[in-house]
Design a binder for this molecule. Sequence first.
Ligand code: BEZ
Length: 389
Amino acid sequence: MKLSRTLLSAGVALLLAAPVAAQAKEYKVGLLLPYSGVYAALGKEIDQGFELAVQSRLGEIAGSTIEVVREDTEVKPPVGLAKTRKLILQDQVDVMVGIVSSGVLGAIRDFVHQSGTPLIVANAGNDDATGERCSRFITRVSFSNGQVNRPMGEWMHRKGIKTAYTLAPDYAAGHQMIETFSAGFKAAGGKVVGGEFTPFQTTKDFGPYLTKAKAAGAEAVFVFYAGGEAISFVKQYASFGLAESVPLYGSGFLTSPLYVNAEGPAAKGVITSLHYVPTIETPENAAFVKAFSAAYGRAPSEYAVQGYDAGQALIEAIKTGAADRAALAEALGKARFTSPRGPVEIDPATNNIVQNIYVFETVEGNGGLTQKILDVVKAVRDPVNGCQK
Ligand code: BEZ
């Protein structure tokens, strides 16, 4: 697949209008995302959110240009590492943005760190990347796997659920999401009666796993699936007949606004948790939903916000006048921006974002399925988890 390169520069009018805060520079950004494979739609959405932020805020770095070089990870760790090497050694990018899969993030972390290239993580929740394998060159504006799921374990137990069965794909994110959900659920007094990991990217028929989930007799099933796997899973859960007897819960990627309408009525009533839903009622989010919808003809998802905030963090870092990669990395760790998702900050101890987690139910709205917020867990900060930057 041939991916486009783009050169973004503020026009002359903006150049004249905006104060030039620092020396103008040409910044080269490596946008490393899955443009193919089971997470291709997620990659495209992050790319569009990133482009929207950079385009709309270019005037603030008038005189400087941002060249974007795109590469496809194909959701494969070895491919992600090869593309990282290419972007850093051959293209000599100043900064990298992207990464959807926790597996890919785990594979590229050491090369990124050793090369001293700043990386803005715009999805992959791998807990280690802002925990025991953290790096001063890695700043995450998306979420960590534990941050989204631990509060959900506690919340479900508060709502009276005492036993759960878990399912997730068999790779880093699947394991971490279930491990942290289970830790929260058990600490609150719940019991995980069983669970399984399904082959990642290749499971088409969830029937055998659903049979075992049913036999386990738990009060609830909790899962992590995203992208194409989420669509298949939610549909099969309903058609298997399990939804009527055992309610389905999960991390909110399961019912993302990006593909919930492809899941259809099967998604109705599913309760999940995430750091962003387009139904957050704030002026900042209303403005973002309007701008994104105007640009792309649909409401944004959590993936769009992550790309958007990655673009915002980049603009803020460039505005400091950061002249080299070390200065850019430092500025990214201190970046402050107003996010559509609510109050956010980058934790100086880990470089992971601190943010609200929204528990929501997928319900029928006027224009299709929508997200009804049931609860907000405020300012969730990850534990330091051994991070020494
Ligand atoms: C991950 O691998 O970290 C991930 C992928 C898709 C959605 C959420 C997390």
